[in-house]
Design a binder for this molecule. Structure first.
Ligand SMILES: Cc1ncc(COP(=O)(O)O)c(C=O)c1O
Length: 351
C-alpha cells in the first residue's frame, strides 16, 4: 500500500538503513569527486541534492532536478525550446515569469500566446502548433484556477508539452504529473521548504529523455543549488504537509472573517491552499498603510513560510496593471489564527 503524504514527506530521501548509518543525509560540501563514479563533478550532481530530489519525486512523482531558485528551474524548462517556439501561457501570473516571458516574446526567443487560463476553450484554441503550454494554477496573486485535467488532456491529444507551476497548490492539492503533464515545477523556496531561509526550485518529469535534456540544461547553465540549501530545504520538507494543512485551515477561517469585514470589498480564495488575496475599500496609499501597520504579519514579499507575510502586490513596478492597486496578498503562516486576525483588524483600523 502506498503511504500517506505526511509519512512520505518524513521518510523519503533518507540514507539506506545500516548499523551506524546517519538517519539524515549529510551536507556534501565538495566541488570535486574521485573519478570512476556516476557524478563526476560538483556541477553535475551532489548527494545532498539527490536526497532532496528523491523526496520531491516521492511527493510529485517522476524524477526531479533541484535548481538554485524557482526562476532558474523555469528558465531551464524554457531553455530547451527551439528559438521562436510558440508557447501558450497565462496572461497573468507570477510577475517574474511574466517579465521573463514578455522579454522572450519581445526578443523573438519565444512566440508567447498569452491567454486567460480560466477560459478553457480559449486556451485550447491557442494550443494549435504550440510547443509548450505553461500553466500556473492557482495564479499569483489573483488566484485564478485553470481546469488542469481538461487542458492537459487537450494538449496531449494535440501532442503538445505541458508544464505546471504547482507552487501554490502543492502536491497536497494536485498532482499534475498524474494528470498527464510533462513537467511539474516548484518554487521550493515557498511551501516545500517553508521557513523563508532558502531559495530553490525544482522540475519533475516522468519522461527520461526530457529529464536528460533538463539535466544538461542545469549542468551547462550552472543553475545548481548549494548543498547546504538543499539540506535545509529537505529538512523543511519533512513538515510540509503539517504546515500546509495548518495554514490552509487558518486561511479558510480568515476568508470567512475577511468576507464579513466592512473595509474589505473582495476576497479571492480558490477554496484550498494558504494564500488569500483581498481588496481594501480605500486608495493604494491606504492599502499600503494597512500593510505597513501590521506587527505580527511581516510586511514582505514571498510566501509559503511558517511566518505570515503580506504585501500590496502593485508596490512592484513589474506587477501587472490587471492586479488591483488595493489588492493585498496574504500568505497565511502557522501562528494562531486569532493572533493573525487581530493583527489584520488592527492594521485595517489604521485607515
Ligand atoms: C508561482 C511562483 N512561481 C515561481 C516563482 C519564482 O520562484 P523563486 O522566487 O524561488 O525564484 C514564484 C516566486 O514568488 C512564484 O510565486
Amino acid at each position: 500500500m502506498s503511504k500517506h503524504i505526511e509519512t512520505t514527506a518524513i521518510t523519503a530521501g533518507r540514507p539506506p538503513v545500516e548499523p551506524d548509518a546517519p538517519l539524515n543525509p549529510s551536507v556534501v560540501l565538495t566541488s570535486t569527486f574521485h573519478s570512476g563514479g556516476s557524478i563526476g563533478y560538483g556541477r553535475y550532481g551532489n548527494q545532498t541534492w539527490t536526497a532532496l530530489e528523491e523526496a520531491i519525486s516521492a511527493l510529485e512523482g517522476g524524477q526531479t532536478l533541484a535548481f538554485s531558485s524557482g526562476m532558474a528551474a523555469i528558465s531551464a524548462a524554457f531553455s530547451i525550446l527551439p528559438i521562436g517556439a510558440p508557447v501558450v501561457a497565462s496572461n497573468q501570473g507570477y510577475s517574474g515569469v511574466m517579465s521573463l516571458l514578455n522579454s522572450f516574446h519581445a526578443s523573438g526567443r519565444l512566440e508567447v500566446r498569452f491567454v486567460d487560463v480560466v477560459n478553457t476553450q480559449k486556451v485550447i484554441d491557442a494550443m494549435k502548433g504550440a510547443a509548450l503550454v505553461w500553466l500556473e494554477s492557482p495564479t499569483n496573486p489573483c488566484l485564478d484556477v485553470a481546469d488542469l485535467p481538461a487542458l492537459i488532456s487537450a494538449a496531449k491529444k494535440l501532442g503538445i508539452g505541458v508544464a505546471v507551476d504547482n507552487t501554490f497548490a502543492t502536491p497536497l492539492v494536485q498532482n499534475p504529473l498524474a494528470m498527464g503533464a510533462d513537467i511539474v515545477m516548484h518554487s521550493v523556496t515557498k511551501f516545500l521548504s517553508g521557513h523563508s531561509d532558502v531559495l530553490m526550485g525544482s522540475l519533475s518529469t516522468n519522461d527520461p529523455a526530457l529529464y536528460k535534456r533538463l539535466h544538461d540544461s542545469r549542468s551547462f547553465n550552472g543553475s545548481i543549488p548549494g548543498p547546504l540549501e538543499a539540506w535545509l530545504a529537505l529538512r523543511g520538507l519533512r513538515t510540509f504537509p503539517l504546515r500546509f494543512k495548518q495554514s490552509q485551515e487558518s486561511a479558510k477561517e480568515l476568508v470567512i472573517r475577511l468576507q464579513a469585514h466592512p473595509k474589505i470589498t473582495r476576497v479571492r480564495y480558490p477554496g484550498f491552499g494558504a494564500i488569500v488575496s483581498f481588496e481594501v475599500d480605500g486608495s493604494a496609499e491606504q492599502t499600503q498603510k494597512v500593510c505597513d501597520s501590521s506587527t505580527l504579519i511581516a510586511h514582505a514579499t514571498s510566501l509559503g513560510g511558517v511566518e505570515s507575510l503580506w504585501e500590496r502586490r502593485r508596490r512592484w513596478p513589474i506587477e501587472s496593471p490587471s492586479v488591483p492597486e488595493q489588492l493585498i496578498r496574504l500568505s497565511v503562516g502557522c501562528e494562531h489564527v486569532d493572533d493573525i486576525w487581530n493583527d489584520i483588524t488592527t492594521a485595517l483600523s489604521s485607515i
